[in-house]
Design a binder for this molecule. Structure first.
Ligand code: SF4
Length: 220
């Protein structure tokens, strides 16, 4: 029996990345020590928090909320959970598509045609551990279903993003830049700057629909 620590399970819309706008079940796993100062889910950091749940219980609770074509496994840092691979294998038997949100601090645990990764390596301003989230970039580039979603705040973030994308050799067609912010006003101000950078560099911009619609509210 596999059990993982779960922070919350809910049904909403995927707010970020290439599947933004898609109805999705979310399973937020508990535990993260990456330490981003702007993290909007700090309640998911404590590895002893949340609730320890068997996989069957996770599926029962999620599917009782309604139907969705997508399951998003998020955190916390899902790759820090030892039971992640069996969770993903069972999820692929129950959902048409599965996505994992990760900092990329560990390499991809599993590759599958219907499994995607939104990998968010950190910029130097986010956390002292930022470089650790870039150390497996070769493995992530080799994973064809990985999209790189960089959170960009005020300067020097835009220039750091441009420099690290080039230095890391990230495939530009698989990179998205997302404005940092937990209010719609903050997002909008940064999105204007980011739009210019995306246009100049030929990169996509990711929305952050959950902040635009609900602010930084838990369970959305
Ligand atoms: S990796 Fe994600 S969950 Fe962890 S601190 Fe950074 S933003 Fe928060």
């Amino acid at each position: 029996m596999t059990a993982l620590r779960v922070s919350e399970i809910f049904l909403s819309l995927q707010g970020e990345g290439p599947s933004a706008g898609t109805p999705a079940h979310f399973v937020r796993l508990q535990g993260c020590d990456v330490g981003c100062h702007w993290c909007d889910t700090k309640y998911s950091w404590d590895e002893r928090g949340g609730e320890r749940m068997e996989l069957e219980e996770i599926w029962t609770r999620a599917l009782a909320l309604g139907k969705a074509p997508l399951l998003v496994v998020t955190g916390g840092e899902p790759l820090a959970q030892p039971g992640l691979t069996p969770l993903l294998e069972q999820a692929l038997a129950r959902w048409p598509r599965v996505e994992v949100e990760t900092s990329g601090i560990e390499p991809p645990p599993l590759s599958h045609a219907r499994l995607s990764y939104n990998v968010s390596p950190k910029l130097p301003s986010a956390t002292p551990r930022w470089s650790e989230t870039w150390r497996h970039q070769a493995a992530w580039i080799a994973e064809p279903n990985a999209t790189f979603k960089l959170v960009v705040g005020d300067p020097p973030d835009p220039e750091d993003a441009r420099r690290l994308i080039a230095r890391g050799g990230l495939p530009r067609e698989r990179v998205m830049l997302m404005p940092e912010g937990i209010t719609s006003e903050g997002l909008r101000a940064r999105a204007a700057t980011l739009a210019a950078l995306c246009t100049r560099e030929g990169l996509r911009m990711s929305p952050r629909l959950q902040v635009w619609m609900w602010g930084a509210r838990r369970g959305q």
